[in-house]
Design a protein around this ligand. Sequence first.
Ligand code: FAD
Ligand code: SIN
Length: 517
Amino acid sequence: MKIISTDVLVLGSGIAGLSFAIKAASFAKVAVITKSEIAESNTRYAQGGIACVLDDKDDFKKHIQDTLIAGAGHCNESAVEMMVTKAPEMIKELMNIGVEFDTNNKKLLELGREGGHSHNRIVHINDMSGQAVENALIKKAKANSNIKFYENHFAAELLKNGEVCVGASVWDVVHEEYLTFESKYTVLATGGAGQVYIQTTNPEIATGDGCAMAYKAGAKIGDMEFVQFHPTALFHQNANGFLISEALRGFGAELVLPSGKSFMKKYHPHGSLAPRDIVSRAIFSEMQKYATDFVYLNARHLSAKALVEKFPVIYSTCLSLNIDITKDLIPVMPAAHYMCGGVLTDLTGATNIENLYAIGEVACTGVHGANRLASNSLLEGLVFADRAFYAIKNKISKFEKSKILLDQVPVTNFSNIADEFTLQYLKNKVRQIMWNDAGIIRNKANMTSAYRSLDQIEHTINGLCHRYKPSTNLFALRNIVITAKLIMDAAIKRNNSIGSHYIENKSVVKNKDQVLV
Ligand code: FAD
Ligand code: SIN
Protein backbone atom coordinates (compact mmCIF):
# COMPACT_ATOMS: atom_id res chain seq x y z
CA MET A 1 0.00 0.00 0.00
CA LYS A 2 1.55 3.28 -1.15
CA ILE A 3 1.20 6.13 1.37
CA ILE A 4 1.60 9.70 0.09
CA SER A 5 1.90 12.47 2.68
CA THR A 6 0.93 16.05 2.05
CA ASP A 7 -0.03 19.09 4.13
CA VAL A 8 -3.33 19.72 2.40
CA LEU A 9 -5.29 17.28 0.28
CA VAL A 10 -7.75 18.85 -2.16
CA LEU A 11 -10.33 16.57 -3.75
CA GLY A 12 -11.51 18.19 -7.00
CA SER A 13 -10.16 20.60 -9.60
CA GLY A 14 -13.04 22.97 -10.36
CA ILE A 15 -13.19 26.63 -9.34
CA ALA A 16 -13.37 25.84 -5.62
CA GLY A 17 -10.54 23.27 -5.50
CA LEU A 18 -8.16 25.17 -7.75
CA SER A 19 -8.66 28.63 -6.27
CA PHE A 20 -8.16 27.13 -2.80
CA ALA A 21 -5.06 25.15 -3.88
CA ILE A 22 -3.41 28.24 -5.40
CA LYS A 23 -3.82 30.17 -2.15
CA ALA A 24 -2.91 27.25 0.14
CA ALA A 25 0.29 26.65 -1.83
CA SER A 26 1.62 29.89 -0.33
CA PHE A 27 2.12 28.09 3.00
CA ALA A 28 1.71 24.35 2.37
CA LYS A 29 2.39 21.38 0.12
CA VAL A 30 -0.87 20.68 -1.69
CA ALA A 31 -2.01 17.55 -3.52
CA VAL A 32 -4.96 17.97 -5.90
CA ILE A 33 -6.81 14.75 -6.70
CA THR A 34 -9.14 14.73 -9.67
CA LYS A 35 -11.02 11.78 -11.11
CA SER A 36 -10.73 12.74 -14.77
CA GLU A 37 -8.55 15.34 -16.53
CA ILE A 38 -7.91 18.53 -14.56
CA ALA A 39 -10.24 20.70 -16.61
CA GLU A 40 -13.22 18.34 -16.46
CA SER A 41 -15.66 19.87 -13.99
CA ASN A 42 -19.00 21.66 -13.80
CA THR A 43 -16.96 24.86 -13.71
CA ARG A 44 -15.72 24.31 -17.25
CA TYR A 45 -19.29 24.32 -18.63
CA ALA A 46 -20.50 27.44 -16.82
CA GLN A 47 -21.91 29.86 -19.34
CA GLY A 48 -23.59 32.88 -17.74
CA GLY A 49 -20.83 34.14 -15.44
CA ILE A 50 -20.29 35.41 -11.90
CA ALA A 51 -22.64 37.71 -9.97
CA CYS A 52 -20.95 40.80 -8.54
CA VAL A 53 -22.12 44.30 -7.61
CA LEU A 54 -20.03 46.68 -9.72
CA ASP A 55 -22.43 49.26 -11.11
CA ASP A 56 -22.86 52.60 -9.29
CA LYS A 57 -26.63 52.21 -9.37
CA ASP A 58 -26.48 48.72 -7.88
CA ASP A 59 -25.61 47.95 -4.26
CA PHE A 60 -24.78 45.01 -1.98
CA LYS A 61 -28.17 45.25 -0.28
CA LYS A 62 -29.96 44.55 -3.57
CA HIS A 63 -27.77 41.53 -4.38
CA ILE A 64 -28.29 40.22 -0.83
CA GLN A 65 -32.03 40.78 -1.11
CA ASP A 66 -32.24 39.03 -4.51
CA THR A 67 -30.30 36.06 -3.10
CA LEU A 68 -32.59 35.83 -0.07
CA ILE A 69 -35.74 36.05 -2.20
CA ALA A 70 -34.52 33.33 -4.58
CA GLY A 71 -33.56 31.22 -1.54
CA ALA A 72 -37.18 31.48 -0.32
CA GLY A 73 -36.26 32.61 3.18
CA HIS A 74 -34.12 29.53 3.82
CA CYS A 75 -30.67 31.16 3.45
CA ASN A 76 -28.12 31.86 6.17
CA GLU A 77 -28.11 35.66 5.97
CA SER A 78 -24.60 36.07 7.41
CA ALA A 79 -23.22 33.71 4.78
CA VAL A 80 -25.06 35.59 2.01
CA GLU A 81 -23.79 38.95 3.23
CA MET A 82 -20.23 37.67 3.40
CA MET A 83 -20.40 36.19 -0.10
CA VAL A 84 -21.94 39.25 -1.73
CA THR A 85 -19.59 41.76 -0.13
CA LYS A 86 -16.49 39.70 -1.00
CA ALA A 87 -17.47 39.42 -4.67
CA PRO A 88 -15.59 42.49 -6.05
CA GLU A 89 -12.34 41.33 -4.39
CA MET A 90 -12.77 37.84 -5.91
CA ILE A 91 -13.35 39.27 -9.39
CA LYS A 92 -10.24 41.43 -9.04
CA GLU A 93 -8.21 38.37 -8.06
CA LEU A 94 -9.40 36.50 -11.15
CA MET A 95 -8.47 39.46 -13.34
CA ASN A 96 -5.04 39.50 -11.72
CA ILE A 97 -4.41 35.94 -12.82
CA GLY A 98 -5.41 36.75 -16.39
CA VAL A 99 -9.18 36.27 -16.68
CA GLU A 100 -10.36 38.79 -19.29
CA PHE A 101 -14.01 39.52 -18.61
CA ASP A 102 -15.98 41.16 -21.41
CA THR A 103 -15.99 44.96 -21.37
CA ASN A 104 -18.30 47.57 -22.88
CA ASN A 105 -17.39 50.53 -25.12
CA LYS A 106 -16.44 52.55 -22.01
CA LYS A 107 -13.89 49.82 -21.15
CA LEU A 108 -15.91 48.94 -18.04
CA LEU A 109 -16.86 45.34 -17.26
CA GLU A 110 -20.00 44.45 -19.19
CA LEU A 111 -22.70 43.34 -16.77
CA GLY A 112 -25.29 40.79 -17.91
CA ARG A 113 -28.69 40.02 -16.43
CA GLU A 114 -30.10 36.68 -15.28
CA GLY A 115 -33.28 35.44 -13.60
CA GLY A 116 -34.07 36.78 -10.12
CA HIS A 117 -31.52 39.65 -10.30
CA SER A 118 -32.94 43.14 -9.89
CA HIS A 119 -29.93 44.69 -11.62
CA ASN A 120 -27.40 43.84 -14.34
CA ARG A 121 -24.50 42.33 -12.37
CA ILE A 122 -23.12 39.22 -14.11
CA VAL A 123 -19.51 39.48 -15.25
CA HIS A 124 -18.83 37.04 -18.05
CA ILE A 125 -16.68 35.98 -20.96
CA ASN A 126 -19.42 35.71 -23.61
CA ASP A 127 -21.02 32.29 -23.02
CA MET A 128 -17.79 30.51 -22.01
CA SER A 129 -17.25 32.11 -18.62
CA GLY A 130 -16.45 28.85 -16.83
CA GLN A 131 -13.95 27.65 -19.38
CA ALA A 132 -12.02 30.92 -19.29
CA VAL A 133 -11.89 30.94 -15.48
CA GLU A 134 -10.97 27.24 -15.26
CA ASN A 135 -8.15 27.66 -17.82
CA ALA A 136 -6.68 30.64 -15.96
CA LEU A 137 -6.79 28.78 -12.64
CA ILE A 138 -5.16 25.67 -14.15
CA LYS A 139 -2.37 27.78 -15.66
CA LYS A 140 -1.69 29.50 -12.34
CA ALA A 141 -1.85 26.26 -10.32
CA LYS A 142 0.39 24.34 -12.71
CA ALA A 143 3.07 27.01 -12.41
CA ASN A 144 3.26 26.45 -8.64
CA SER A 145 5.74 23.81 -7.54
CA ASN A 146 3.94 23.42 -4.19
CA ILE A 147 0.94 21.93 -5.99
CA LYS A 148 1.04 18.36 -7.25
CA PHE A 149 -1.77 17.11 -9.48
CA TYR A 150 -3.09 13.56 -9.56
CA GLU A 151 -5.33 13.24 -12.62
CA ASN A 152 -7.45 10.13 -13.19
CA HIS A 153 -7.42 9.45 -9.46
CA PHE A 154 -10.79 8.72 -7.88
CA ALA A 155 -11.19 9.67 -4.21
CA ALA A 156 -13.05 6.66 -2.83
CA GLU A 157 -13.23 7.06 0.98
CA LEU A 158 -12.30 9.64 3.58
CA LEU A 159 -9.96 8.27 6.24
CA LYS A 160 -10.49 9.10 9.89
CA ASN A 161 -8.72 8.55 13.13
CA GLY A 162 -11.48 8.79 15.71
CA GLU A 163 -13.33 11.97 14.82
CA VAL A 164 -10.43 13.49 12.90
CA CYS A 165 -10.08 13.33 9.12
CA VAL A 166 -6.56 12.21 8.24
CA GLY A 167 -6.77 11.94 4.45
CA ALA A 168 -8.40 9.82 1.81
CA SER A 169 -8.16 6.53 0.10
CA VAL A 170 -7.80 7.11 -3.63
CA TRP A 171 -8.17 4.74 -6.57
CA ASP A 172 -5.51 5.23 -9.24
CA VAL A 173 -7.63 4.63 -12.34
CA VAL A 174 -4.71 4.01 -14.72
CA HIS A 175 -2.64 1.67 -12.53
CA GLU A 176 -5.72 0.14 -10.89
CA GLU A 177 -4.50 0.38 -7.31
CA TYR A 178 -5.47 2.11 -4.09
CA LEU A 179 -3.22 4.89 -2.80
CA THR A 180 -3.44 6.27 0.72
CA PHE A 181 -3.16 10.05 0.97
CA GLU A 182 -2.25 11.22 4.45
CA SER A 183 -2.92 14.90 5.08
CA LYS A 184 -3.13 17.46 7.84
CA TYR A 185 -6.25 18.96 6.27
CA THR A 186 -8.57 17.55 3.63
CA VAL A 187 -10.70 19.80 1.45
CA LEU A 188 -13.68 18.35 -0.38
CA ALA A 189 -14.26 20.28 -3.60
CA THR A 190 -15.90 17.52 -5.61
CA GLY A 191 -18.75 19.58 -7.07
CA GLY A 192 -22.33 18.60 -7.74
CA ALA A 193 -24.59 15.64 -8.35
CA GLY A 194 -26.61 16.39 -11.50
CA GLN A 195 -25.95 12.87 -12.81
CA VAL A 196 -28.30 11.54 -10.14
CA TYR A 197 -31.04 12.58 -12.59
CA ILE A 198 -31.62 11.23 -16.08
CA GLN A 199 -32.05 14.77 -17.43
CA THR A 200 -29.20 17.02 -16.41
CA THR A 201 -27.00 19.85 -17.60
CA ASN A 202 -24.07 18.41 -15.62
CA PRO A 203 -21.17 16.45 -17.13
CA GLU A 204 -20.46 12.76 -16.32
CA ILE A 205 -18.19 13.60 -13.39
CA ALA A 206 -21.02 15.12 -11.30
CA THR A 207 -22.05 11.98 -9.43
CA GLY A 208 -22.34 13.27 -5.87
CA ASP A 209 -19.09 11.61 -4.76
CA GLY A 210 -18.23 14.21 -2.12
CA CYS A 211 -21.61 14.03 -0.40
CA ALA A 212 -21.59 10.24 -0.45
CA MET A 213 -18.04 10.00 0.92
CA ALA A 214 -18.64 12.60 3.61
CA TYR A 215 -21.95 11.02 4.63
CA LYS A 216 -20.28 7.62 4.97
CA ALA A 217 -17.58 9.22 7.12
CA GLY A 218 -20.19 10.75 9.46
CA ALA A 219 -20.34 14.32 8.14
CA LYS A 220 -23.59 16.23 8.57
CA ILE A 221 -25.46 16.71 5.32
CA GLY A 222 -28.22 19.28 4.80
CA ASP A 223 -30.78 20.74 2.40
CA MET A 224 -30.54 17.82 -0.03
CA GLU A 225 -34.18 18.21 -1.07
CA PHE A 226 -33.27 21.49 -2.78
CA VAL A 227 -32.17 20.37 -6.22
CA GLN A 228 -32.27 23.19 -8.72
CA PHE A 229 -33.70 22.45 -12.16
CA HIS A 230 -32.48 24.78 -14.87
CA PRO A 231 -35.42 25.76 -17.08
CA THR A 232 -33.63 25.69 -20.41
CA ALA A 233 -31.60 22.64 -21.37
CA LEU A 234 -31.61 22.09 -25.12
CA PHE A 235 -34.17 19.47 -26.12
CA HIS A 236 -32.55 17.33 -28.81
CA GLN A 237 -31.61 13.67 -28.85
CA ASN A 238 -27.93 14.53 -29.34
CA ALA A 239 -27.78 17.56 -27.04
CA ASN A 240 -26.73 15.62 -23.92
CA GLY A 241 -28.14 18.23 -21.54
CA PHE A 242 -26.46 21.16 -23.30
CA LEU A 243 -27.41 24.36 -21.51
CA ILE A 244 -29.04 27.37 -23.13
CA SER A 245 -27.84 30.04 -20.73
CA GLU A 246 -30.25 32.16 -18.76
CA ALA A 247 -28.16 35.05 -20.07
CA LEU A 248 -29.93 34.55 -23.39
CA ARG A 249 -33.22 35.31 -21.65
CA GLY A 250 -31.41 38.17 -19.89
CA PHE A 251 -30.57 39.44 -23.39
CA GLY A 252 -34.23 39.37 -24.43
CA ALA A 253 -35.09 35.82 -25.52
CA GLU A 254 -38.54 34.72 -24.44
CA LEU A 255 -40.15 31.40 -23.54
CA VAL A 256 -43.07 30.48 -25.80
CA LEU A 257 -45.42 27.55 -26.36
CA PRO A 258 -45.27 25.48 -29.57
CA SER A 259 -48.08 27.77 -30.79
CA GLY A 260 -45.70 30.74 -30.46
CA LYS A 261 -47.67 32.23 -27.54
CA SER A 262 -45.68 33.49 -24.54
CA PHE A 263 -46.84 32.15 -21.17
CA MET A 264 -44.46 33.21 -18.39
CA LYS A 265 -46.21 36.48 -17.40
CA LYS A 266 -49.15 34.53 -16.05
CA TYR A 267 -46.76 32.79 -13.61
CA HIS A 268 -44.61 35.76 -12.49
CA PRO A 269 -44.37 39.50 -13.18
CA HIS A 270 -40.74 39.05 -14.32
CA GLY A 271 -41.92 36.67 -17.04
CA SER A 272 -39.11 34.58 -18.58
CA LEU A 273 -36.66 36.09 -16.08
CA ALA A 274 -38.46 34.98 -12.91
CA PRO A 275 -36.40 32.91 -10.40
CA ARG A 276 -35.45 29.50 -11.76
CA ASP A 277 -37.71 27.33 -9.64
CA ILE A 278 -40.73 29.29 -10.82
CA VAL A 279 -39.72 29.17 -14.49
CA SER A 280 -38.94 25.43 -14.37
CA ARG A 281 -42.28 24.63 -12.74
CA ALA A 282 -44.14 26.84 -15.18
CA ILE A 283 -42.51 25.09 -18.16
CA PHE A 284 -43.19 21.69 -16.60
CA SER A 285 -46.87 22.57 -16.08
CA GLU A 286 -47.24 23.83 -19.66
CA MET A 287 -45.51 20.70 -20.98
CA GLN A 288 -48.00 18.56 -19.07
CA LYS A 289 -50.96 20.67 -20.14
CA TYR A 290 -50.07 20.42 -23.84
CA ALA A 291 -48.61 16.89 -23.58
CA THR A 292 -45.33 18.06 -25.13
CA ASP A 293 -41.72 17.25 -24.18
CA PHE A 294 -40.49 20.81 -24.57
CA VAL A 295 -41.36 24.46 -24.98
CA TYR A 296 -39.46 26.96 -27.11
CA LEU A 297 -37.10 29.80 -26.47
CA ASN A 298 -37.53 32.57 -29.01
CA ALA A 299 -34.46 34.71 -29.81
CA ARG A 300 -35.46 35.44 -33.40
CA HIS A 301 -36.42 39.06 -32.71
CA LEU A 302 -32.90 39.84 -31.39
CA SER A 303 -29.98 41.11 -33.48
CA ALA A 304 -28.46 38.13 -35.29
CA LYS A 305 -25.01 39.74 -35.20
CA ALA A 306 -25.18 40.29 -31.44
CA LEU A 307 -26.42 36.74 -30.82
CA VAL A 308 -23.50 35.23 -32.74
CA GLU A 309 -20.99 37.53 -31.02
CA LYS A 310 -22.30 37.19 -27.46
CA PHE A 311 -23.33 33.54 -27.50
CA PRO A 312 -20.80 31.82 -29.79
CA VAL A 313 -20.92 28.42 -28.05
CA ILE A 314 -24.71 28.32 -27.92
CA TYR A 315 -24.94 29.52 -31.53
CA SER A 316 -22.44 26.99 -32.90
CA THR A 317 -23.66 24.04 -30.81
CA CYS A 318 -27.26 24.63 -31.86
CA LEU A 319 -26.22 25.12 -35.48
CA SER A 320 -24.39 21.77 -35.40
CA LEU A 321 -27.79 20.27 -34.52
CA ASN A 322 -29.51 22.17 -37.35
CA ILE A 323 -31.00 24.85 -35.10
CA ASP A 324 -30.11 28.37 -36.16
CA ILE A 325 -30.92 30.44 -33.07
CA THR A 326 -31.08 33.63 -35.13
CA LYS A 327 -33.90 32.15 -37.27
CA ASP A 328 -35.36 29.11 -35.48
CA LEU A 329 -37.18 28.64 -32.19
CA ILE A 330 -34.98 26.71 -29.73
CA PRO A 331 -36.62 23.63 -28.14
CA VAL A 332 -35.87 23.57 -24.39
CA MET A 333 -36.85 21.60 -21.31
CA PRO A 334 -35.91 21.76 -17.61
CA ALA A 335 -33.06 19.56 -16.34
CA ALA A 336 -31.33 18.93 -12.99
CA HIS A 337 -28.65 21.59 -12.72
CA TYR A 338 -27.42 22.39 -9.23
CA MET A 339 -27.36 20.88 -5.75
CA CYS A 340 -28.20 23.61 -3.22
CA GLY A 341 -27.62 21.23 -0.30
CA GLY A 342 -24.56 19.21 0.58
CA VAL A 343 -22.00 18.81 3.35
CA LEU A 344 -22.89 21.27 6.10
CA THR A 345 -20.19 23.80 6.87
CA ASP A 346 -19.65 26.93 8.89
CA LEU A 347 -18.59 30.23 7.34
CA THR A 348 -15.01 28.98 6.95
CA GLY A 349 -15.93 25.79 5.10
CA ALA A 350 -15.27 23.62 8.17
CA THR A 351 -17.46 20.53 8.53
CA ASN A 352 -18.38 18.71 11.76
CA ILE A 353 -15.44 16.33 11.16
CA GLU A 354 -12.23 17.81 12.49
CA ASN A 355 -9.75 18.83 9.77
CA LEU A 356 -12.28 18.20 6.98
CA TYR A 357 -13.45 21.20 4.92
CA ALA A 358 -16.01 21.37 2.13
CA ILE A 359 -16.15 24.18 -0.45
CA GLY A 360 -18.01 24.84 -3.69
CA GLU A 361 -21.07 22.94 -4.89
CA VAL A 362 -20.44 19.94 -2.60
CA ALA A 363 -20.92 22.18 0.45
CA CYS A 364 -24.04 23.50 2.06
CA THR A 365 -22.94 26.87 3.40
CA GLY A 366 -26.45 28.33 3.58
CA VAL A 367 -25.92 30.92 0.84
CA HIS A 368 -28.40 29.36 -1.58
CA GLY A 369 -31.20 28.41 0.77
CA ALA A 370 -34.00 26.57 -1.00
CA ASN A 371 -33.07 27.80 -4.48
CA ARG A 372 -29.84 29.33 -5.80
CA LEU A 373 -29.82 32.73 -7.44
CA ALA A 374 -28.28 32.54 -10.92
CA SER A 375 -24.50 32.97 -11.13
CA ASN A 376 -24.00 32.86 -7.37
CA SER A 377 -22.34 29.45 -7.52
CA LEU A 378 -18.97 30.26 -9.06
CA LEU A 379 -18.90 33.16 -6.61
CA GLU A 380 -19.60 30.89 -3.64
CA GLY A 381 -16.76 28.60 -4.78
CA LEU A 382 -14.30 31.51 -4.82
CA VAL A 383 -15.41 33.07 -1.54
CA PHE A 384 -15.48 29.88 0.53
CA ALA A 385 -12.16 28.70 -0.94
CA ASP A 386 -10.76 31.99 0.33
CA ARG A 387 -12.36 31.54 3.77
CA ALA A 388 -11.06 27.97 4.08
CA PHE A 389 -7.60 29.13 3.03
CA TYR A 390 -7.45 31.68 5.87
CA ALA A 391 -8.87 29.23 8.41
CA ILE A 392 -6.35 26.50 7.58
CA LYS A 393 -3.45 28.93 7.30
CA ASN A 394 -4.18 30.17 10.83
CA LYS A 395 -4.41 26.65 12.23
CA ILE A 396 -1.69 24.71 10.46
CA SER A 397 1.21 25.70 12.75
CA LYS A 398 -0.70 24.24 15.72
CA PHE A 399 -1.47 21.02 13.87
CA GLU A 400 -1.23 17.84 15.92
CA LYS A 401 -0.50 14.77 13.88
CA SER A 402 -3.10 12.05 13.93
CA LYS A 403 -1.94 8.70 12.60
CA ILE A 404 -3.58 6.90 9.73
CA LEU A 405 -5.09 3.67 10.98
CA LEU A 406 -4.24 1.32 8.18
CA ASP A 407 -7.00 -1.14 9.04
CA GLN A 408 -9.57 1.19 7.46
CA VAL A 409 -7.67 1.46 4.19
CA PRO A 410 -9.54 -0.59 1.58
CA VAL A 411 -7.79 -3.55 -0.01
CA THR A 412 -8.96 -5.32 -3.10
CA ASN A 413 -8.25 -8.87 -4.12
CA PHE A 414 -10.85 -9.03 -6.84
CA SER A 415 -9.82 -9.57 -10.40
CA ASN A 416 -13.29 -9.80 -11.97
CA ILE A 417 -14.67 -6.67 -13.56
CA ALA A 418 -18.34 -5.77 -13.18
CA ASP A 419 -20.30 -5.93 -16.38
CA GLU A 420 -20.62 -2.41 -17.84
CA PHE A 421 -24.10 -3.11 -19.15
CA THR A 422 -25.33 -3.94 -15.62
CA LEU A 423 -23.72 -0.80 -14.18
CA GLN A 424 -25.31 1.37 -16.87
CA TYR A 425 -28.68 -0.29 -16.40
CA LEU A 426 -28.67 0.26 -12.62
CA LYS A 427 -27.44 3.82 -13.00
CA ASN A 428 -30.22 4.73 -15.43
CA LYS A 429 -32.78 3.03 -13.24
CA VAL A 430 -31.80 5.23 -10.27
CA ARG A 431 -31.69 8.34 -12.48
CA GLN A 432 -35.12 7.65 -13.93
CA ILE A 433 -36.63 7.09 -10.46
CA MET A 434 -35.17 10.40 -9.33
CA TRP A 435 -36.49 12.25 -12.38
CA ASN A 436 -39.97 10.75 -11.97
CA ASP A 437 -40.32 10.96 -8.21
CA ALA A 438 -37.91 13.57 -6.84
CA GLY A 439 -38.18 15.93 -9.77
CA ILE A 440 -39.71 19.34 -10.38
CA ILE A 441 -43.11 18.46 -8.92
CA ARG A 442 -43.10 15.85 -6.15
CA ASN A 443 -45.64 13.64 -4.47
CA LYS A 444 -45.14 12.23 -0.98
CA ALA A 445 -46.55 8.78 -1.56
CA ASN A 446 -44.58 8.32 -4.77
CA MET A 447 -41.40 9.36 -3.00
CA THR A 448 -41.97 6.89 -0.20
CA SER A 449 -42.30 4.01 -2.60
CA ALA A 450 -39.39 5.33 -4.71
CA TYR A 451 -37.19 5.33 -1.60
CA ARG A 452 -37.91 1.63 -1.11
CA SER A 453 -36.89 0.95 -4.73
CA LEU A 454 -33.66 2.91 -4.23
CA ASP A 455 -32.96 0.88 -1.12
CA GLN A 456 -33.25 -2.37 -3.07
CA ILE A 457 -31.04 -1.06 -5.86
CA GLU A 458 -28.46 0.04 -3.31
CA HIS A 459 -28.44 -3.47 -1.90
CA THR A 460 -27.67 -4.85 -5.37
CA ILE A 461 -24.94 -2.25 -5.92
CA ASN A 462 -23.32 -3.04 -2.56
CA GLY A 463 -23.24 -6.68 -3.65
CA LEU A 464 -21.37 -5.66 -6.82
CA CYS A 465 -18.88 -3.60 -4.77
CA HIS A 466 -18.12 -6.67 -2.64
CA ARG A 467 -17.61 -8.96 -5.64
CA TYR A 468 -15.89 -6.90 -8.30
CA LYS A 469 -12.72 -4.94 -8.79
CA PRO A 470 -13.13 -1.19 -8.16
CA SER A 471 -13.68 1.01 -11.19
CA THR A 472 -14.72 4.59 -11.83
CA ASN A 473 -18.17 3.50 -12.95
CA LEU A 474 -18.73 1.22 -9.98
CA PHE A 475 -17.69 3.94 -7.49
CA ALA A 476 -19.84 6.49 -9.32
CA LEU A 477 -22.85 4.17 -9.25
CA ARG A 478 -22.44 3.59 -5.51
CA ASN A 479 -22.21 7.34 -4.92
CA ILE A 480 -25.17 8.11 -7.18
CA VAL A 481 -27.46 5.79 -5.22
CA ILE A 482 -26.24 7.10 -1.83
CA THR A 483 -26.83 10.68 -2.99
CA ALA A 484 -30.20 9.76 -4.50
CA LYS A 485 -31.31 8.32 -1.16
CA LEU A 486 -30.12 11.42 0.70
CA ILE A 487 -32.18 13.61 -1.67
CA MET A 488 -35.26 11.39 -1.51
CA ASP A 489 -35.12 11.08 2.27
CA ALA A 490 -34.81 14.85 2.75
CA ALA A 491 -37.64 15.44 0.25
CA ILE A 492 -39.92 12.98 2.05
CA LYS A 493 -39.21 14.66 5.38
CA ARG A 494 -40.06 18.18 4.21
CA ASN A 495 -43.81 18.63 4.26
CA ASN A 496 -44.05 22.17 2.89
CA SER A 497 -43.32 23.37 -0.62
CA ILE A 498 -40.47 25.86 -0.55
CA GLY A 499 -38.08 27.06 -3.25
CA SER A 500 -37.07 24.21 -5.53
CA HIS A 501 -38.88 21.60 -3.37
CA TYR A 502 -42.46 21.51 -4.57
CA ILE A 503 -45.03 19.00 -3.37
CA GLU A 504 -48.31 18.57 -5.17
CA ASN A 505 -51.38 17.74 -3.12
CA LYS A 506 -53.50 15.82 -5.53
CA SER A 507 -53.67 12.04 -5.56
CA VAL A 508 -51.73 10.35 -8.30
CA VAL A 509 -52.75 7.19 -10.11
CA LYS A 510 -49.59 5.06 -10.31
CA ASN A 511 -51.15 2.15 -12.12
CA LYS A 512 -54.66 0.90 -12.53
CA ASP A 513 -54.66 -1.04 -9.24
CA GLN A 514 -52.99 1.46 -7.00
CA VAL A 515 -54.24 4.93 -6.09
CA LEU A 516 -51.78 6.92 -4.04
CA VAL A 517 -52.69 10.00 -2.01
P1 FAD B 1 -16.73 21.40 -10.10
O1 FAD B 1 -16.38 22.52 -10.96
O2 FAD B 1 -17.79 20.49 -10.57
O3 FAD B 1 -15.42 20.55 -9.85
C1 FAD B 1 -15.50 19.33 -9.15
C2 FAD B 1 -14.20 18.59 -9.34
O4 FAD B 1 -14.15 17.46 -8.50
C3 FAD B 1 -14.00 18.07 -10.75
O5 FAD B 1 -12.66 18.28 -11.08
C4 FAD B 1 -14.28 16.58 -10.62
O6 FAD B 1 -13.66 15.79 -11.57
C5 FAD B 1 -13.72 16.32 -9.25
N1 FAD B 1 -14.26 15.13 -8.57
C6 FAD B 1 -15.55 14.84 -8.31
N2 FAD B 1 -15.62 13.66 -7.64
C7 FAD B 1 -14.35 13.24 -7.46
C8 FAD B 1 -13.77 12.10 -6.85
N3 FAD B 1 -14.50 11.11 -6.29
N4 FAD B 1 -12.42 11.96 -6.86
C9 FAD B 1 -11.65 12.90 -7.44
N5 FAD B 1 -12.15 14.01 -8.04
C10 FAD B 1 -13.48 14.17 -8.05
N6 FAD B 1 -22.67 28.76 -11.89
C11 FAD B 1 -22.51 30.10 -11.93
O7 FAD B 1 -22.28 30.73 -10.89
N7 FAD B 1 -22.56 30.76 -13.12
C12 FAD B 1 -22.79 30.13 -14.29
O8 FAD B 1 -22.82 30.75 -15.35
C13 FAD B 1 -23.02 28.72 -14.27
N8 FAD B 1 -23.30 28.05 -15.41
C14 FAD B 1 -23.39 26.69 -15.36
C15 FAD B 1 -23.57 25.97 -16.55
C16 FAD B 1 -23.59 24.59 -16.54
C17 FAD B 1 -23.80 23.83 -17.83
C18 FAD B 1 -23.43 23.89 -15.32
C19 FAD B 1 -23.44 22.40 -15.29
C20 FAD B 1 -23.27 24.59 -14.13
C21 FAD B 1 -23.26 25.98 -14.14
N9 FAD B 1 -23.07 26.71 -12.97
C22 FAD B 1 -22.91 28.07 -13.02
C23 FAD B 1 -22.83 26.03 -11.70
C24 FAD B 1 -21.32 26.02 -11.45
O9 FAD B 1 -20.66 25.78 -12.67
C25 FAD B 1 -20.92 24.96 -10.45
O10 FAD B 1 -21.74 24.97 -9.34
C26 FAD B 1 -19.47 25.21 -10.01
O11 FAD B 1 -18.65 25.24 -11.14
C27 FAD B 1 -19.03 24.16 -9.04
O12 FAD B 1 -17.65 24.31 -8.83
P2 FAD B 1 -16.89 23.29 -7.90
O13 FAD B 1 -15.46 23.68 -7.92
O14 FAD B 1 -17.58 23.17 -6.62
O15 FAD B 1 -17.11 21.88 -8.64
C1 SIN C 1 -26.75 29.93 -16.99
O1 SIN C 1 -25.88 30.45 -17.68
O2 SIN C 1 -27.95 29.94 -17.25
C2 SIN C 1 -26.33 29.19 -15.77
C3 SIN C 1 -26.08 30.16 -14.70
C4 SIN C 1 -26.03 29.48 -13.38
O3 SIN C 1 -26.22 28.28 -13.27
O4 SIN C 1 -25.83 30.20 -12.41
